[in-house]
Design a protein around this ligand. Structure first.
Ligand SMILES: *Cc1c(COP(=O)(O)O)cnc(C)c1O
Length: 834
């Protein structure tokens, strides 16, 4: 879209007097995604963790001249800027703007909206594929489905599109009615309701009620008639001629009937029967259960748009599972490899480039590898290439590798946008040329984007440490766990200190830190100075406290703004002396009290001296005061814990009388749940952030595992009964046995006590025990019970979704903390977003 700032103000319903005639082509809600300052309009949105108004000054300095705010007081002086003031808030303004654009769309545009717990993005991508042979289709990029994502999707949509597909997701009650107002769908789909981590939305019933609002005004509501919960809700909401249910179970209510069969290779074949009695079969496709459900939804939308069963079946046969996972991992020769699997079209490339740019820290060069989607219509293809060139150029990408055929004109357009362009006819050709190309990519940040599966092979070939063992870290689960706790804070002003000591409990520190910084966490806490320095060098800017400073290099500490814990007078004296020598004033420090752990910290008797000493200088300033519970997770010791809590209240209270702004914190993960009345101004979230539950009373059931340790089968052999396995002949096959060898050993962090059957790994859903001793780099698994369901190359889970970390810690009679932090650094960490 492209409107003048005056037109936009009118569409929002605000006052346009005094505004210039500046043209706007980009709406911005996240200051980090700035690419075209001149023509950007920034919406200063307030959320529970952040306030867009804080970024106005910086954006102004970077050239942005148009802002939507909710007030004018306290804003920087910006005489040449256009300011739209909307007292009800910038988010509201953004939604109003999108709502107006939606209402002005032509009658010929069919607006299709999708909501539900799972499958929204796949369904959206599939519908775009299914409808595009005979319609021009526009869709929301990636999973832009939130209160800001939906309006931005509408802004980016092609107003001439005949079908506009919008994904809508919510995380709080009340949000759906606002999205419905914006989208006003002609056809709306409710995919399914799952009882996920979204506890804020209440029970499955409440979720269903809230989500089905999207369908309430639609001309056609598409849903699965076999889901009783959803079907009965739709019945109360909508008259029969608006309801478009489908069924796999012969449900009479449904307007589209399916049956399905699975062949011996696991391929699914669907039979579709429409209301006129036409029936047709798809060719067999490798679909999961969720894929089948999505295919039925997609087919029902097509039927609602008057396609008949044969047309639907023909197109469904062309669908392939979509992956929306983005991986970030270390590459060879100092590369950072980002593999993004969305179709790399014009709407999707910009967000992928932003994701990449946030990982470019020093002056490393950037390379984008992309396939270009095939488009029949030459005008559209031309526009797409132009937009892609523009996206690359505004973000100063250094080089581009395209794995698709390009015309001479297209080459010229793209060469003008980036420093250098290389074209391969296909991803396979690039793969073959990698030995030559790879040296040119060393030390670069590399984005490999596009749905072409052959690009996965390119990414794999460039990844470092390619022995098969890896620790996968799900950054979305980390965010979910963070939010799970944020919702449990009784006071929304209480901040969260995220513990990323011991390299993020083994998950690595940089990627989790970046993710938590983006979530607006109050503090990061590391154990030692070096961990903090590493994070600063990698570009983490948020406050970092160092819990066990043992400061040896004060210069580094001051230079990197790392805030030490102060636990003794010696330490306090030393830091004051060093700060004085360098002329530093008011350096933030954290006062540690020993209320019962008897490890480190000041005790009550020392407070008068501590207070006097702190008052006698201005080199350091106490910004928080804290203590640590010795037995938060042991109800039998609650009396002891209560004593600790009471001491803390009194002692920290003394410091607060002197420094009213000082923030207090004592609770760790378990403490936050068990002693909610003691959350004070900050809490310290550790192991639960990484998805390991510490209580088994159900209070932490919403946590999701973040780290999974896995490897793969590298050899497989059948042995007769009596064969011994491994060192010391310690393992013996009692019956004829099938034994798998996996490349993971005690040097990777697999404790030797897990040998001889103690640990049971997961292979293709079977739980299989170790046999014999664990070797340094290898161990053996008895996979006899898998029968033929095990092959060389199969994935083997050590812990993760199938095996909780606590299972291993119980077997070893230790705590899950030790399991997580024992995974050796030689195990490759792979980060991904779902
Ligand atoms: C590690 C640590 C925490 C976090 O504890 P969890 O049990 O992992 O939540 C909190 N405070 C201090 C001082 C710590 O060292």
């Amino acid at each position: 879209m492209n409107f003048s700032i005056q037109q936009i103000s009118d569409m929002i319903g605000a006052d346009h007097r005094g505004l210039s005639d500046r043209m706007i082509d980009t709406l911005l809600t996240d200051s980090r995604s700035l690419s075209r300052p001149d023509s950007t309009l920034f919406f200063a949105i307030r959320t529970s963790t952040d306030d867009g108004h804080n970024y106005i000054r910086k954006l102004y300095d970077m050239g942005v001249r148009a802002f939507v705010t909710d007030h004018t007081a306290g804003l920087p002086d910006m005489p040449d800027a256009d300011l739209i003031v909307v007292p009800s808030g910038a988010l509201h303004a953004l939604q109003n703007l999108a709502g107006t654009i939606r209402r002005n769309l032509s009658q010929d545009t069919t607006v299709i909206a999708i909501t539900g717990s799972r499958g929204k993005t796949t369904l959206k991508e599939w519908l775009a594929t299914l409808l595009s042979p005979d319609r021009s289709v526009s869709r929301s990029p990636r999973s832009y489905n939130s209160q800001t994502g939906v309006p931005l999707s509408i802004w980016q949509a092609d107003p001439m599109a005949e079908a506009l597909i919008i994904e809508a997701g919510i995380s709080r009650p009340g949000e759906m009615s606002r999205l419905t107002d914006v989208i006003r769908p002609d056809i709306a789909v409710l995919t399914n309701i799952h009882d996920d981590h979204t506890a804020t939305l209440g029970s499955a019933d409440e979720k269903c009620a809230e989500k089905s609002l999207l369908l309430s005004d639609a001309r056609v509501a598409v849903y699965c008639a076999d889901d009783m919960n959803i079907a009965s809700r739709i019945h109360t909401l909508l008259p029969g001629d608006h309801r478009f249910g489908w069924s796999l179970a012969g449900n009479n209510e449904a307007r589209l009937q399916f049956s399905h069969s699975v062949d011996p290779d696991g391929n699914v074949m669907l039979t579709v029967r429409d209301l006129s009695g036409n029936s047709a079969q798809t060719t067999p496709v490798r679909f999961s259960q969720t894929d089948v459900e999505n295919a039925c939804h997609a087919a029902a939308v097509m039927a609602a748009m008057n396609y008949d069963a044969p047309a639907i079946a023909a197109r469904i046969s062309s669908l392939r599972p979509v992956s929306t996972r983005t991986d970030v991992s270390e590459g060879l020769d100092g590369m950072l490899v980002i593999r993004d699997r969305y179709e790399a079209d014009d709407s999707s490339l910009g967000p992928a480039l932003d994701f990449m740019r946030r990982r470019v820290t020093d002056d490393s060069l950037t390379t984008v590898v992309t396939s270009v989607p095939v488009l029949q219509d030459p005008v559209k293809r031309h526009n797409m290439i132009r937009t892609m060139a523009d996206e690359l150029s505004v973000r100063h990408i250094d080089s581009l590798i395209v794995t698709a055929q390009l015309s001479d004109e297209e080459r010229d357009i793209l060469t003008g946008a980036v420093g250098s362009l290389t074209v391969f006819e296909s991803a396979e050709d690039l793969l073959a040329a990698l030995p030559v190309t790879r040296p040119l990519l060393s030390r670069r940040v590399l984005l490999i984007t596009g749905a072409d599966p052959a690009l996965d092979a390119v990414a794999a070939a460039l990844q470092a440490r390619r022995h098969e063992t890896m620790l996968e870290v799900n950054l979305d689960a980390l965010v979910d766990n963070y939010n799970f706790y944020r919702r449990r804070l009784t006071d929304s002003h209480t901040g969260i200190v995220c513990m990323i000591k011991a390299s993020g409990y083994g998950a690595g520190s940089y990627e989790p830190a970046r993710t938590l910084q983006a979530q607006g966490a109050a503090y990061l806490a590391v154990a030692v100075l070096d961990e903090g320095i590493e994070l600063r060098r990698a570009g983490i800017t948020m406050p970092i406290m160092v819990l066990n400073p043992r400061v040896v290099n004060y210069d580094e500490m001051f230079a990197h703004r790392l805030e030490p814990e102060i636990f003794s007078f010696d330490e306090l004296d030393a830091i004051i002396a060093h700060a004085r020598r360098r002329g530093i004033r008011n350096y933030p420090v954290h006062i540690k009290l020993d209320t019962g752990m008897h490890r480190l910290g000041f005790i009550g008797d020392e407070l008068p001296e501590l207070i006097a000493k702190l008052h006698s200088q201005d080199e350091v300033e106490p910004v928080t005061v804290f203590s640590h519970l010795a037995a938060a997770d042991e109800p039998a010791l609650d009396d002891y814990t209560m004593e600790q809590l009471d001491k803390f209240d009194r002692w920290a209270g003394r410091l607060r009388e002197e420094w009213p702004g000082i923030r207090r914190h004592i609770l760790n993960s378990t403490g936050i749940t068990r002693f909610p009345e003691r959350q004070y101004e900050l809490v310290r979230l550790g192991i639960c952030l990484y998805g390991v539950a510490t209580m088994n009373d159900g209070s932490q059931d919403g946590l999701r595992p973040v780290s999974s340790l896995s490897t793969s089968v590298i050899a497989l052999r059948d042995w007769p009964a009596g064969t011994t396995i491994g060192y010391g002949c310690a393992g013996q096959c009692m019956t004829p046995s099938r034994i798998a060898t996996i490349p993971i050993g005690y040097a990777d962090g697999i404790n030797r006590h897990l040998g001889n059957g103690v640990m049971k790994v997961s292979i293709n859903g079977h739980r299989c025990p170790t046999i014999g001793r664990i070797c340094m780099d290898i161990c053996m698994i008895d996979v006899t019970e898998c029968g033929d369901d095990v092959h060389v190359g199969d994935r083997v889970e050590i812990f993760g979704p199938a095996i909780p970390v606590t299972e291993l810690s119980e077997q070893l009679e230790t705590i899950p903390y030790e399991i997580l932090t024992s995974v050796s650094t030689r195990v490759k960490r792979v980060y991904y977003r779902e």
